[in-house]
Design a protein around this ligand. Structure first.
Ligand code: ZN
Length: 390
């Protein structure tokens, strides 16, 4: 097949951006003689790059670009050393599809972009992607130069504001409707990177604001698995010498201690009897019997000898209400028997939680000297840890 050489890219683009990239690479390899062509080809590829939802309606024969293709394109544009194309690619593609794999490329790109361009792009990116990729965004913030230019304050502000958009992390195995923006992982490194990154800006007041936002949402920033380990990391880290980080750690320590004491200052008390606190929603004959069993303080095992449909109705009701009991079909006789046995799963789960909360209190006690002036809280933590050993 023959086509005029400057149309090559458009012909290849008909097969999708991924088929056009190798030809752009060849042009680049040819050096100065092909620079104008390479530049024009790169511009067309950036223009045609499918992003976000348009990717799903991708009608070309070729496969839509994957994250690795974004990195390849990033490398090519960095090699072309053209701030205008890089800016367009980051604004139109990366801000929308960022998944954290681009951090290194973004930092390299900052060397080519103007300060104002970089500040605008990075704040747009962090603002848009923080809710879904908090860890990666905080990592990016921390990777910025230690003496950021004043225009980069917008990036720090986007990160602090982005904290409000982070939702409760997705429970394991939970099915989520397509496109929900829950964070993919939210670990202690998030707070470590965020606070260590923010302290580079101005007088570090943003550290205090961020610490306050984190402390006020323990359902999102879980004290046991995220905040307390983050305090440990911050205290061991290099930026801890900075007063702003020091103050943020003090604030996080106090609110984590208060939260843990509120929940676990005293050990959970085992239930006094076998009564289950539940109102069964169905009032059919079987459910009435189930309700009586559930409400009984002494009956631990109950047998329902009923037909299959009625057994499976009871299953459903037990599962829907999350009753503290197992239900097993005894496959003997006709009809067979559904054997319900109460257990203490709610209490046992609470005991597990209590143990991990006591472990966190112990960790906080190890860090007491970093807690500013919280002798009273430390004393209560100590008493709580002692109470758990009894
Ligand atoms: Zn029923």
């Amino acid at each position: 097949m023959l086509w005029p050489s400057d149309r090559t890219i458009d012909v290849l683009l008909a097969g999708g951006v991924t088929t056009a990239i190798p030809s752009l690479k060849r042009l680049l390899a040819e050096g100065d003689s092909a620079w104008v062509q390479a530049f024009a080809a790169a511009r067309r590829i950036v223009e045609m790059w499918p992003v976000g939802s348009s990717r799903h309606s991708y009608t070309f024969a070729a496969a839509p670009p994957v994250p690795a293709d974004r990195l390849t394109m990033f490398a090519i544009l960095t090699e072309l050393n053209c701030s205008e194309l890089l800016e367009a690619f980051i604004r139109e593609v990366v801000v929308v599809d960022y998944d954290g794999s681009e951090n290194g490329a973004l930092i390299r790109a900052a060397g080519i972009l103007s300060e104002t361009q970089a500040a605008a792009l990075f704040s747009a990116l962090i603002g848009a992607r923080m809710p879904k990729y908090p860890n990666a965004c905080a990592e990016l913030l921390r990777a910025l130069p230690a003496n950021p230019p004043p225009s980069f304050l917008a990036v720090a502000d986007a990160a602090v504001e982005g904290l409000d958009g982070i939702e409760t992390p997705k429970p394991e195995n939970a099915w989520e409707p397509f496109g929900r923006g829950r964070p993919t992982g939210l670990g202690p490194e998030f707070i470590d990177n965020l606070i260590s990154g923010l302290q580079h800006f101005e007088d570090g007041t943003r550290c205090a604001v961020a610490a306050g936002k984190i402390a006020s949402r323990p359902d999102v920033f879980l004290p046991v698995t995220v905040v307390v380990p983050a305090i440990e990391r911050l205290v061991a880290g290099q930026s801890y010498g900075m007063p702003a980080v020091h103050r943020a750690v003090g604030a996080l320590w106090t609110t984590a201690a208060e939260f843990l004491l509120k929940r676990s200052e005293l050990p959970p008390r085992p239930p006094a009897d076998w009564r289950l606190d539940v109102q069964v929603s169905c009032h059919c004959e079987d459910c009435t019997e189930l309700q009586a069993f559930a409400s009984s303080p002494t009956e631990v095992v109950h047998r329902f000898r009923v037909r299959k449909e009625r057994r499976s109705h009871l299953h459903q009701i037990i599962d829907r209400h999350g009753l503290d009991m197992t239900h097993v079909t005894e496959r003997v006789g006709s009809p067979q028997t559904l054997v319900c046995t109460k257990d203490r799963r709610t209490f046992n789960a609470r005991v597990q939680e209590y143990r991990s909360e006591v472990a966190s209190m112990r960790a906080l006690l190890q860090l007491t000297k970093h807690s500013a002036s919280n002798a009273a809280l430390s004393k209560r933590l100590e008493a709580a840890v002692q109470a758990s050993a009894r």
